[in-house]
Design a protein around this ligand. Sequence first.
Ligand SMILES: Cc1cc2nc3c(=O)[nH]c(=O)nc-3n(C[C@H](O)[C@H](O)[C@H](O)COP(=O)(O)O)c2cc1C
Length: 353
Amino acid sequence: MTTAHRQRKEDHLRICLEQDVAFRYPSSGLERVQLPHLAAPEMSLEEVDTSTRFLGHALRAPLLISSMTGGTEWARTINRHLAEAAQALGIALALGSLRAALEDASTVPTYQVRDIAPDVFLCANLGAVQLNYGYGLEHCRRAVELIGADALILHLNPLQEALQPGGNTDFRGLLDKIAAVCAGLPVPVIVKEVGWGISGELARLLHQAGVAAIDVAGAGGTSWSQVEMYRAPDESARRIAQAFEDWGIPTVQALIEARRAVPQAVLIASGGLRSGVDAAKALALGAQLAGIAHPLLRLAAQSAEAVMGYLQEIIQELRIAMFCTGSRTLQDLQNLPVVVRGAPTAYHAGPQQ
Ligand SMILES: Cc1cc2nc3c(=O)[nH]c(=O)nc-3n(C[C@H](O)[C@H](O)[C@H](O)COP(=O)(O)O)c2cc1C
């Protein structure tokens, strides 16, 4: 890994831990989503079943620890704490971009968690734009093999690349290249944003390209324009990053757009999910998994137990939300009529897989 690349990764982690990097506006929109409270659910809380299958893999709860880190000793500790928690809770885990591992073999162990997370649905991660900067199918295959991943996540981050000094900003022809990776890789490919959302139309094109799932990674949670603002080299770069403070498609809007554009797509919701109630809302809107990144960072820097404690609360909140809507299963939750305040009609997620 080049010194600049390592420095950037460390800056990102440090800024995410020390500064307020949450979107001020827009919000994720989750506060406008209302699930139908059922005062007589005719079931007991114990009956709630959060288990699911995601891309053929059994999960005990529909949660994904979203991509964050790798490449440094600090990142290794974080990844191992996240992995231990994911294994204990039976949820999915995505690691941060493996570019460092592909470029510097000495960093590979900072991503390796299979020894402590043998059963976890584990996702590798790479920037899709790297496909225009010398990476191809072989790099994707290697990223998957290095960590024994079950899937590869490719992230799309044009704004982040445009705001960061020396970013890779040639996004030409990427959809065709993503299609080639989907066709050639032995594991499923998931495509995500990093916090500005994927539109309905892009979800359609990605589905057409053969991606197995789409994480809308919408606006309203971690704001990468804020992160880049804190590490801007000068006042001008700082002002440019700040101009994008309210950019992006809020998570709820992205989710609704994607579900409408491609009813059969497997969707993940992330971007500002901060409780099990948020997760329940996202699942009711048609997501198969709820992804969380930033709130886990500080906890993962402490211990696996801290991560586990937080995620257990999220799962309990999700269970209670299911109970209070009379949803025994996630399928029941996904069939609820959801009201999105400010939207013209009650929203039904529609057919699920
Ligand atoms: C410290 C940190 C590092 C991240 N690194 C990556 C990454 O390497 N690849 C990626 O696809 N997304 C990355 N993300 C984005 C998250 O996976 C997620 O999409 C986004 O932060 C929204 O979720 P949140 O609001 O729960 O943080 C990172 C997020 C954080 C907070």
